[in-house]
Write a protein that binds this ligand. Structure first.
Ligand code: KIV
Length: 257
């Protein structure tokens, strides 16, 4: 059965941790689906880990629609969240139009960065569930650093999260903040918090798939790498090249007779 926003929210009430990962293509989305991951995020991290850009700012609505459609084709069980990319939610009207376009190709909900309650209200009024994102905001932050170490900054982040909840977000991402602040915000909200570099006390965790698989060489320090696929793929293609060069492939078992 496909997970819904209600299921994700009930996980917080029942003390069950929420596991969220990014996916951008069909084969990895199928693996996440089969592993019963709770939430798949078609994140605009797509820009760096798949499209080869320096940051997320070059990602377009066309990119997001293309990759959301592909992931949706593979997904039958996870809640599917798609990012609204940079400059795709400058006004409430634009946000609703772009969010509808992502839902039309299979997203269940959308996520955007920052404290913009008027955008949340417009999306909720249009029956589009929305996930917030506070702390480090990759689309606009000048520096990729821990946010909220200073008391004044921590208070602002906590207020942002509260405002997003009040406006109607069903959950929010907390990115790159001290673990104490992650725990404090989590306790203060009814909606689930999904941490990325926000410590163990969040209601769930999200990481970029290419980071945990070792497919990206600029991962932040909070990432735990669970495999070294870069090394494994390099080993496989080098082996293949040698087999071709030395006439070992194709052999009898891989030829038609
Ligand atoms: O785009 C993305 O992968 C994200 C995560 C960092 C939460 O927004």
């Amino acid at each position: 059965m496909k997970k819904t926003v209600d299921v994700i929210q009930s996980m917080k009430r029942n003390g069950q941790k929420i596991a969220m990962l990014t996916a951008y293509d069909y084969p990895t989305a199928r693996i996440l689906n089969d592993a019963d991951i709770d939430i798949i995020l078609v994140g605009d991290s797509l820009g760096m880990v798949v499209l080869g850009y320096e940051d997320t700012r070059s990602v377009t609505m066309a990119d997001m629609i293309h990759h959301t459609r592909i992931v949706a084709r593979a997904n039958t069980t996870c809640l599917l969240v798609a990012d609204l990319p940079h400059q795709a939610y400058e006004t409430a009207e634009q946000a609703v139009k772009n969010a509808r376009a992502l839902c039309d190709v299979g997203a269940d909900t959308v996520k955007f960065e920052g404290n913009k309650p008027e955008i949340v209200t417009a999306l909720v009024d249009a029956s589009i569930p929305v996930m917030g994102h506070v702390g480090l905001l990759p689309q606009t932050s000048e520096k990729f650093r821990v946010h909220g170490r200073k008391r004044s900054e921590a208070l602002l982040i906590a207020d942002d999260a509260k405002a997003l909840e009040a406006a109607g977000c069903f959950a929010t991402v907390l990115e790159s903040i001290p673990e104490k602040l992650g725990g404090k915000i989590t306790k203060s909200l009814q909606i689930p918090t999904i941490g990325i570099g926000a410590g163990p006390d969040c209601d769930g965790q999200v990481l970029v798939l290419h980071d945990i698989l070792g497919l990206f060489d600029r991962s932040p320090t909070f990432v735990k790498q669970y495999a070294n696929m870069r090394k494994e793929i390099h080993r496989a293609v080098t082996h293949y090249k040698l087999d071709v060069q030395q006439g070992r492939f194709p052999d009898d078992g891989h030829s038609y007779h």
